[in-house]
Design a protein around this ligand. Structure first.
Ligand SMILES: Cc1ncc(COP(=O)(O)O)c(C=O)c1O
Length: 403
């Protein structure tokens, strides 16, 4: 079946967060409900990472049938579900997993919080590579630990890991845990096998446990290969907790279903105990498990088409910005539908940049600084939307910048 991603679908009255809430411009930690995304002079939401496209047809059909059944009682994860997850990892990423390694959680962010609670003692330090997905900061700090960043380096338009700095920080005995974002949100890097091997070996050497957040692993552009971190070696697998989900891949985030893959039995039991202590992890969401299994079994044709469309959006964005938006540079992503824009040449501070986007252009991207101080002067935009919306957004910014 051929999907039409050009069609703009109105998300009003669907309780969508992306199209329903907005940050207070003067206080980024405060949010309020809004209908400013609709009607005349609407704001275009390009922030949170969900797509403005319907999920694959087989998923929608399966959910409709299930909804019509009418009984939504306690639900279990079946063997067939686990086999679908394992088959996906093998087919798409060449990573062989045992179905017994899978632990389900209602999202990757909850899982990262539970992982910090399980494996990090108060006062210990957690290594990150900023700029990075900001909910990691809360997961660390809300659970009594400290953030240490081995910040990424921007070199010739591409971000790289700083291995010397990383090793220096990993060798601190208070650093016990590293959250790897792979592919990396917001900078869009799909780390190479060599980079991952190097960083993984440093963690093994200094006994730093790795959480590999691979939620964006399926969203890879042409010519780029994703390497599953725990697939690199048995030693790496035994030292890693891998966070996966069908939510970014198939636009299912609201169904709150993710699969945490833990090859090491001791680590897996400890994590499971934390879930048990919270009374979680026994039952599943009926729509979430059905959508995940159906997507992994039947969603590939949709995924191929959506990635081709998003790559078209990326080419469009790059050409537009290169020729019509002086002062802005695209950090070309290798994966994810999130694009990190270097706006530093506009010469605006964070507050003025926010005014340019929200008040003058009436678009709402994620501000770079929320990903850490390394993000000052950057913006992150979500390009998983009909091209007409992207074009409208870019045209507005051009008008605001060039007057
Ligand atoms: C790196 C990363 N991890 C996790 C999430 C969210 O995970 P979940 O919705 O499963 O909590 C996102 C969403 O943007 C993300 O980019």
């Amino acid at each position: 079946m051929k999907y039409d991603f050009d069609r703009e679908i109105n998300r009003k009255d669907t309780q969508s967060a992306k199209w329903g809430v907005i940050q207070n411009p003067d206080n980024p930690s405060r949010w309020h409900a809004t209908d400013a995304y609709f009607g005349e002079n609407r704001i275009l939401p390009l922030w949170v990472a969900d797509m403005d496209f319907p999920a694959p047809r087989p998923v929608v059909d399966a959910l409709v049938r299930r909804a019509q059944h009418g009984i939504y009682g306690y639900t279990i994860r079946t063997d067939s579900y686990d086999r679908a997850v394992a088959a996906w990892m093998k087919r798409r990423h060449g990573w062989e997993i045992d179905t017994g390694w899978i632990v389900s959680t209602p999202g990757v962010v909850p899982a990262v919080n539970f992982l910090v609670q399980t494996f990090v003692e108060p006062g210990e330090r957690v290594l990150l590579q900023r700029p990075v997905y900001y909910p990691f900061f809360n997961a660390i700090e809300n659970n009594g630990a400290e953030i240490v960043s081995s910040s990424l380096i921007l070199k010739d338009g591409r971000y790289e890991m700083d291995f010397d700095d990383f090793e220096k920080k990993a060798s601190d005995p208070a650093v016990t845990f590293f959250i790897l974002c792979s592919p990396h949100n917001p900078v869009g890097r799909v780390w190479t096998r060599e980079e991952l091997t190097r960083v993984g070996e440093i963690c093994l050497k200094h006994r730093v446990l790795v959480v590999a957040d691979e939620i964006h692993a399926d969203l890879i552009y042409r010519g780029v290969t994703f390497t599953p971190f725990a697939g690199i070696s048995e030693a790496m697998a035994q030292n890693t907790v891998v966070c996966t989900a069908p939510s970014k891949t198939f636009n299912l985030a609201g169904l709150h279903t993710s699969n945490i893959i833990i090859p090491n039995t001791t680590l897996r039991r400890r994590f499971q105990r934390t879930l048990d202590r919270c009374g979680m992890g026994k039952w599943a969401n009926p729509f979430g498990v059905l959508a995940c299994e159906t997507a992994y079994r039947e969603g590939e044709p949709w995924l191929e088409q959506v990635m081709a469309y998003i790559e078209g959006n990326l080419d469009f964005l790059q050409a537009f910005i290169d020729t019509q938006l002086p002062g802005v540079r695209v950090i070309r992503p290798e994966g994810t539908y999130l694009v990190w824009l270097d706006c530093r040449e506009l010469g605006l501070d964070n507050r003025a940049l926010k005014r340019l986007m929200l008040e003058k252009s009436r678009i709402f991207p994620d501000e770079g600084f929320i990903f850490g101080p390394e993000g000052d002067g950057f913006e992150r935009i979500n390009i998983a939307c009909p091209r007409s919306i992207l074009k409208d957004a870019l045209t507005r910014v051009r008008k605001a910048v060039t007057g």
